[in-house]
Ligand binder design. Structure first.
Ligand code: SAH
Ligand code: SF4
Length: 366
């Protein structure tokens, strides 16, 4: 059987330096290769003109720079673009580009499905197949940047990256951390930590590690002001309840000059959207480095929840403001192509863990 070639796309600068040193080459080759892959989007060794013919041949014989196959591209009337990538037989993940005048945000996936089973989320409903590799995560950025036209100022289309696609990024910690390092590396995407946001439903031990390893901007999916309700909406809460999660959040913020954390709160009619619940929420977050982002619930088939009315969302927002909490409402983008928050489903077959029992869920995420 032919040995599979090493895919270099998901290697960090340190890993690439080690790779070249082991082959007996100078370590600055790592920097050159990063620039080819992530700044010029060149994946064919033969086109890497500052590598000698011998080096190109050597690389081709043992390694590759592979991007996943694209299954489809769909564009929304509001300019949002969604891609479906092949992640193996019967599996597919989704990536969404959201253009705005001042920035271009890419929403990327970290897993094929998700095991955490939040009751309002299409990805959770799909179940879980596997973690994406670092190459598969970073390939979404490389691919999108190579396809999208540059901005007017000549810079790449993607100015911001958010881990808000399919999957729970902190449940795939090792690979997500590598992808983060590549996003921040000056020789690759060179994004600042402010422009990279990881969204998590709250896997506390890995949140603590992230604070030490790579303090990118943090968004936390809170969605309920008390444990009783959060247990139902975000089942990981039964393992890491609100008090434990918030303690980890304040520690994260404190390590990084009290940078604000965004708390995501999906607005579901008659479930978590009362003014009383807004007051309860304000008590948790008041006088803390926190801002709330209200996300109108995005419906998907098989889910009975309904979106809160815009009047109710405004009342909820007003109460939070009155109680001194910073709060914004997320604009819904791409819902005509099922690309809005929580609508990404991709394709998940051979689910290894669907509707996990608590014990199993703990095994998967820790
Ligand atoms: N697993 C991570 C990141 C992916 S989900 C997390 O849960 O944070 C990205 C965001 O979309 C989360 O805030 C999530 O709660 C929200 N979301 C999920 N389903 C949604 C839906 N149907 N409508 C609106 N937002 C949803
Ligand atoms: Fe997973 Fe996030 Fe969806 Fe929950 S909201 S099921 S953690 S992707």
């Amino acid at each position: 059987m032919q040995e599979q070639k090493k895919n270099l796309l998901g290697l960090t600068e340190d890993e690439l330096e080690a790779f070249f040193l082991e082959l007996g080459h100078k370590k600055y080759r790592a920097k050159q290769l990063l620039q080819w892959m992530h700044q010029k989007y060149v994946v064919d060794f033969d086109l890497m003109s500052d590598f000698s013919k011998d080096l190109r041949n050597e690389l081709s014989s043992i390694a590759s720079v592979s991007l996943p196959e694209i299954i489809s591209e769909t564009s929304s009337s509001d300019g949002t673009v969604k891609w479906l990538f092949n992640s193996g037989v019967g599996q597919a993940i989704e990536t969404v580009f959201i253009p705005e005048s001042e920035r271009g945000t890419l929403c990327i996936s970290s897993q094929v499905g998700c095991a955490l089973d939040c009751s309002f989320c299409a990805t959770g409903y799909q179940g879980f197949n596997r973690n994406l590799s670092a190459s598969e995560i970073i390939a979404q950025v490389c691919f999108a940047n190579s396809l999208l036209p540059r901005r007017k100022n000549g810079l790449p289309a993607i100015t911001n990256v958010v881990f808000m696609g399919m999957g729970e990024p902190l449940a795939n910690y090792k690979n997500v951390l590598k992808a983060l390092r590549i996003l921040l590396s000056d020789n690759a995407y060179g994004l600042s930590k402010r422009r990279v946001t990881l969204s998590t439903s709250g896997i506390v031990p890995n949140l603590d590690s992230l604070g030490d390893d790579c303090n990118v901007s943090l968004a936390v999916s809170l969605h309920a002001p008390n444990d009783e309700l959060r247990d139902k909406l975000v089942p990981i809460n039964k393992i890491h309840p609100i008090a434990e999660l918030l303690e980890a959040c304040w520690a994260y913020a404190e390590k990084h000059s009290n940078r604000y954390i965004t708390f995501e709160y999906v607005m579901i009619r008659d479930i978590n959207d009362s003014v009383l619940q807004a007051s309860e929420l304000a008590k948790l977050l008041k006088n803390k480095p926190a801002k709330i982002n209200l996300i109108p619930f995005n419906p998907f088939s098989d889910c009975d929840y309904q979106r809160s009315s815009s009047e109710q969302i405004k009342l909820f927002q007003a109460k939070l403001r009155e109680l001194g909490v910073i709060v914004t409402i997320r604009k819904t983008r791409g819902d005509d192509i099922d690309a809005a928050c929580g609508q990404l489903a991709g394709k998940v077959s051979n689910k290894v863990l669907v509707r996990l029992s608590e014990k199993k869920r703990r095994a998967v995420v820790l």
